[in-house]
Every structure is written in structure tokens, then in C-alpha cells.
Design a protein around this ligand. Structure first.
Ligand SMILES: Cc1cc2nc3c(=O)[nH]c(=O)nc-3n(C[C@H](O)[C@H](O)[C@H](O)COP(=O)(O)OP(=O)(O)OC[C@H]3O[C@@H](n4cnc5c(N)ncnc54)[C@H](O)[C@@H]3O)c2cc1C
Length: 461
């Protein structure tokens, strides 16, 4: 069935990012490359075609450009809208590894070693990105910080404590970085008024749009990458001469290899991922304190779960403003407003208004701040049926690679995933040989499970 935008791909629906998206705070000042086309015409051919210019596509292109064997102009990036206009340019800027959220599930499913390996993979992103930002001298407000988790609901606090005890009992060394406080002290330690439990550990915060646009700029500076914005890939055919022909509204391009980095939209061109990676909307806002008013500076980032178990992720910015997103528990029952939905041109009605007075309600000392929402926007994530991203060569499609399905949690996953995928593409090495965690490998078995399993899998569990 054709999608509302009227394009199809061999009978399956091709979903493209919609026009007129809500404007994220991060896009207040657009980068010079926002509408960039390296050449006025689409190149006729390339070695590697990358579909998508968010965190995943930009990181793969950057890593490929660094590869010694890459030829000039051999990598082309197709981007349907402006550069970095998808989830990456609309997220919460929270580079927070998951130490005990999904990890207990992964341990149950795949064993302690595999769950621990995945946690270590996420943790490694904090230092890897710190190093990259320093080496490339990227102005993107990267801050190495502690993240504070808070639970207000008593039952949720008890469960968090039990989870923490379980994780520490497994002897996973990274748990030593977690400082868990249970009971009345949690509010004082965290600054969150109703907290009944809190935990802190090492994380980062970042200006995601500036980070990725700088990576794209460095990739273009190499002379090896050609960026074509406002140019969606609409269909892929095998080229009888070898490789692929990719269609766009501006003509077609031949490519020897393809990297699918379109995340939420990936099943448009790879229909086998339709059940495995589902587009789901999320919401974010920026909150500012009016001139003449003051509020305590927050230095940590936060995940706050209120008394109704509504989760918000929050980062402070150095001008005292706050970026916060979440509210899934409120809009969850209204599936039509967020599930299998690519419309980031509208807000999510069910949770509108939640962030009015959020800081006053939540944090000590903010009561008289008159802090208010100055911008609100939505973005579309690729939610994964089994919570893990899909990384590697597309099953049964040699020469096509995928990195997608990062949920609301791509920041501590994508950089090293992209480094691995770029190595596979550049050298022909296998998934195992590039050292990516095995549990995230895209396989026929995972695709089949999502086809046959309950609708939505972990997303709707
Ligand atoms: C509101 C919100 C808050 C979030 N907060 C956080 C957070 O704080 N921390 C965290 O870790 N994660 C967060 N995330 C998730 C994170 O942003 C994503 O996991 C990550 O940005 C995914 O990067 P990506 O490059 O795979 O996808 P995207 O950034 O979405 O990039 C995909 C690109 O592909 C393009 N595209 C799609 N189809 C085509 C096509 N056919 N042809 C060409 N181009 C195409 C799109 O336009 C888009 O630019 C959040 C996401 C949202 C929406």
C-alpha cells in the first residue's frame, strides 16, 4: 500500500520523512551544510552509498573516509530532508550508557557474559566520544558528567533496589561506578523532591546536531564523500553488471555497496525489517528560566520517574536551560499517536502540557523559578522488536549493510557500531572479525522471530 507521500517500493510501502517537521531546539541555528549538495547533479556511480545522514550515516561515512583505501568521491550520502534532520537532530543529547535497564533482560536471554559485553560496549562510548571530540576539535558542548537516576514511586524504588542488588551480585565490574541510595536520603542526594531511590554513574551530555554536522563536515573535507541532501532513496534494484541501482527523484545512482542508516525508515527499502524496526514518535522540550529569575544550576544529567512512573530524561545546558523528554507512560495507550508513526510535524497530543512547571514540581529550589517550556518538538525513533539494534550485513543481501533500530538510545551505541560496520564495508571482514557484540548482529532468525512473534515485541510488552 502506498504511504501518504505516494511512493512505493516493489509493492511494500516506502515511508519517507514528512515535510514541515516540528523545529528542535538544536536546529535553532542551522549548519551551513544543512541543504548541501556536493555536486549539483547526483553522481552516476559510487563505491558505497550511505542512506541517511544522522548519527549512523555520518559516522559510517566519516569512518569510511578515514580508511586508507578509500578513493576520492567514492562515498555518496543520500539524505531525504536536510542533513541531520531526523532523530539525531531532535534527541535529548543524553549520552548515557544503560547499566541496569535492559541489561537484566539481555542477561536472562543471552547470559551474563553477553549482557555484560553489551553494557561495556555502551560504556565505552563515553570515553570514545570524548576522545573523538578532542581529536577533531569539535565544538559540541560535550560534557563528561554523572547521570542521576531517580524513582519517586515507592514500589518502583523497591524494584530498582532489587535490580541493583541483583546486578552487583553478578560481579559485573562496571557496577562499581554506580552509587545507589535507597530511602529518604535519595531526595537530598539527587535534588529531586520525591525521590525514594537514586543512583549515579558516569555519562556524558552533548549538542547532538553540532557533533554530527562536524563529523559530516570532516568527512566532506576528506574529498572522499559526496553529500546529497533533500534526495530520498526510493527504490533499490540489483544491477545486472554487479552491485545495485538506487532510484531517487533526481535520477538513479549505481553503487557497489549500500549502507542503510535510515533507522526508523529502514523497512521502506528493506521490507523484511517491517516488524523488527518500527517507527515510533518521541517528544522533547527545552525549558528556560526568564531573565531576572534564578534556579539552581544542575550539573548532572537525570532520568526521573515521577510518582506515576512517568519517565523523563534530562540534560542541563551551560546557559542554565534544560532539555528534557519522555512521557511515554502517558501517551502509551494512544497507539495511533506514536506507534508505527513517522509524523514528526505534529506533537503527541496525549502528553502535551506535562512539561509545564516540570522543573518546579520536580527539583528542589526551582519552585519560584518561573521556568517554562520555550520549544517543544517530536522525532521518530526506530524501535526494535527485541530492544537490540540490527547491525551487520542484511541477511540474504550481500553488499547491503544495516545499522538501525536504536530505540530512544542511540547515543551510547551508534559510534562504535558505525566504526565496526565501516570496517566490514571497507575490508570485507565478517561481523565477528570487527569485534561487534554478537547479540546485536542482524540475522534471519531475529527477523523471523519478529514476523511470527506478538505484534510489537518488546516495544508493546
Ligand atoms: C525525541 C527523541 C529524544 C531522544 N533522546 C535520546 C537521548 O537523549 N539519548 C539517546 O541515546 N538517544 C536518544 N534518542 C534516540 C537517538 O536520537 C537515535 O537513536 C539516533 O539519533 C538514531 O540515529 P540514526 O542516524 O540511526 O537515525 P536518524 O538520526 O533518524 O537518521 C536517519 C536519517 O535517514 C534519513 N532518511 C530516512 N529515509 C531515507 C531515505 N529513503 N533516503 C534518504 N534518507 C532517508 C532521515 O531523514 C534521517 O535524517 C532520542 C530520539 C528522539 C526522537
Amino acid at each position: 500500500m502506498p504511504h501518504a507521500n505516494g511512493t512505493t517500493n516493489g509493492g511494500s510501502s516506502l515511508r519517507l520523512p514528512v515535510p514541515g517537521s516540528t523545529k528542535a531546539f538544536w536546529h535553532t541555528e542551522l549548519h551551513d551544510l544543512a541543504d548541501h549538495r556536493s555536486t549539483p547533479e547526483l553522481p552516476k556511480e559510487c563505491e558505497v552509498l550511505v542512506i541517511g545522514s544522522g548519527y549512523a550515516g555520518a559516522s559510517v561515512a566519516y569512518n569510511l573516509a578515514k580508511s586508507a583505501s578509500t578513493l576520492p568521491n567514492s562515498i555518496v550520502i543520500l539524505e531525504a530532508r536536510q542533513a541531520c534532520s531526523g532523530a539525531t537532530g531532535r534527541n535529548g543529547g543524553h549520552l548515557r550508557p544503560d547499566l541496569y535497564g535492559h541489561i537484566p533482560n539481555y542477561i536472562k536471554r543471552y547470559g551474563v557474559e553477553a549482557g555484560g559485553e553489551w553494557a561495556k560496549f555502551e560504556i565505552a562510548h563515553v570515553q570514545a566520544i570524548k576522545k573523538l571530540v578532542a581529536e577533531e576539535d569539535i565544538d559540541c558542548d560535550f560534557t563528561l558528567t554523572r547521570t542521576t537516576d531517580c524513582w519517586a514511586d515507592e514500589e518502583a524504588a523497591r524494584k530498582a533496589k532489587a535490580n541493583y542488588d541483583l546486578m552487583t551480585s553478578l560481579g559485573l565490574p562496571y557496577m562499581e561506578d554506580v552509587d545507589f541510595v535507597y530511602g529518604p536520603k535519595a531526595a537530598g542526594v539527587s535534588g529531586v523532591k520525591d525521590a525514594n531511590a537514586s543512583a549515579t554513574y558516569t555519562a556524558g551530555t552533548i549538542f547532538p546536531y553540532k557533533f554530527i554536522m562536524a563529523l559530516l563536515a570532516r568527512a566532506l573535507d576528506s574529498g572522499k564523500v559526496n553529500l546529497q541532501t533533500n534526495t530520498p532513496a526510493t527504490a533499490i534494484h540489483d544491477d545486472p553488471a554487479g552491485g545495485f541501482v538506487v532510484e531517487t527523484p533526481r535520477g538513479s545512482i549505481k553503487a557497489k555497496k549500500i549502507v542503510h542508516a535510515s533507522n526508523a525508515y529502514v523497512s521502506g527499502l528493506l521490507p523484511e525489517y517491517e516488524k523488527s524496526i518500527v517507527p515510533c514518535k518521541g517528544v522533547c522540550v527545552s525549558i528556560t528560566v526568564p531573565e531576572g529569575k534564578t534556579a539552581p544550576y544542575l550539573t548532572n544529567s537525570y532520568i526521573v520517574r515521577d510518582g506515576d512512573k512517568v519517565l523523563s530524561y534530562l540534560i542541563p545546558r551551560d546557559d542554565g536551560s534544560i532539555i528534557v523528554g519522555g512521557t511515554a507512560a502517558i501517551f502509551y495507550p494512544h497507539l495511533e499517536q506514536w506507534y508505527n508513526n513517522t509524523d514528526d510535524s505534529t506533537m503527541i497530543a496525549a502528553s502535551e502540557g506535562y512539561y509545564d512547571s516540570f522543573m518546579q514540581r520536580t527539583f528542589r529550589g526551582w519552585e519560584d523559578s518561573e521556568a517554562s517550556v520555550s520549544k517543544a518538538w517530536t522525532g521518530v525513533m526506530g524501535y526494535s522488536w527485541d530492544s537490540l539494534p540490527h547491525l551487520g550485513e542484511v541477511p540474504g543481501k550481500p553488499g547491503q549493510y544495516v545499522l538501525a533500530g536504536f530505540n530512544g538510545h542511540g547515543m551510547p551505541v551508534i559510534w562504535l557500531a558505525a566504526e565496526g560496520i565501516a570496517k566490514m564495508v571497507a575490508t570485507g571482514k565478517s561481523y565477528e572479525d570487527v569485534g561487534l557484540p554478537w547479540i546485536a548482529r542482524t540475522t534471519e532468525e531475529r527477523l523471523q522471530k519478529a514476523q511470527k512473534g506478538p505484534e510489537g515485541g518488546d516495544i508493546l510488552a
